[in-house]
Design a protein around this ligand. Structure first.
Ligand code: SME
Length: 192
C-alpha cells in the first residue's frame, strides 16, 4: 500500500526539478528517500570524473559531461559546450551537446554565452527574455546558466551552457556544482 508523502519529502522533491521528477525518485520520495539536487550533483560529478579519467580527448570529455548532466536532470533542456574557435578571434563555435539544434556560432559579448566568454564569469539568468541580446536558438528556452571552462594553464577553452524551458530553473546550487565540474573537466586533457 502506498504511504503518504509528508510535506518535508515534497520539499525535497521540489528542489530536484522545477519541471518534474523521475518515477524512481517519486518512489523513493514515498519512502522518504528522495535525492536532493545536492545529492544528484554529487552523483553526477563523480560519474563525470570517473568517465573522463585518463581520457586525453577534450571532445570526448565535453561529450561525456553533456550526456551525463543532461541525463541526470529533467530540467536540463539543452546542455552543451560552446568552444572558443581556435581560428576566428573572439568567437564561440558549438561543440558537443544534448538537446535541440543549437546556434552554430556566437561572437564574444553577444547573448548569454558570449557575455560569459567575454567577462569570464558565470551567467545565472532567471529569464532569458530579460537578458539584453539573448540569442534564442530555441524559443522554448526560458532560463539558463553559462559557466566558463578553462584549460589547465588558465586559458578560456569553452563555456558550458545549460538551458531550461522553465523560468528560474537555476540557482546557487547549480552554479556551485557546475563551476566545480567545469574546473576539473580539462585537467589531464592533452588533445583536441
Ligand atoms: N541562449 C544562448 C544561445 C545558445 S542556445 O540557447 C543553445 C545565448 O544567449 O547565449
Amino acid at each position: 500500500m502506498a504511504q503518504a508523502v509528508t510535506p518535508v519529502e515534497i520539499n525535497r522533491i521540489a528542489v530536484i526539478s522545477p519541471l518534474d521528477f523521475s518515477r524512481e525518485n517519486a518512489y523513493l520520495a514515498k519512502k522518504g528517500m528522495a535525492m536532493t539536487k545536492e545529492d544528484l550533483y554529487q552523483e553526477v560529478s563523480a560519474e563525470i570524473l570517473s568517465v573522463i579519467d585518463g581520457e586525453p580527448s577534450v571532445t570526448a570529455r565535453y561529450a561525456s559531461a553533456a550526456c551525463l548532466l543532461s541525463q541526470k536532470f529533467d530540467y536540463f533542456f539543452w546542455t552543451g559546450f560552446y568552444v572558443v574557435d581556435p581560428v576566428k578571434e573572439n568567437e564561440l563555435v558549438v561543440g558537443p551537446y544534448q538537446g535541440t539544434l543549437g546556434c552554430l556560432r556566437i561572437p564574444f559579448g553577444r547573448g548569454v554565452c558570449g557575455t560569459a566568454a567575454q567577462s569570464l564569469t558565470t551567467q545565472l539568468v532567471p529569464d532569458v527574455h530579460a537578458f539584453p541580446g539573448h540569442i534564442a536558438c530555441d524559443s522554448r528556452s526560458n532560463s539558463e546558466i553559462v559557466v566558463p571552462v578553462y584549460t589547465e594553464d588558465g586559458q578560456l577553452a569553452s563555456v558550458l551552457d545549460v538551458d531550461s524551458t522553465e523560468y528560474n530553473s537555476f540557482d546557487e546550487v547549480d552554479q556551485k556544482h557546475l563551476e566545480d565540474i567545469c574546473s576539473k573537466l580539462l585537467i589531464g586533457a592533452t588533445q583536441a
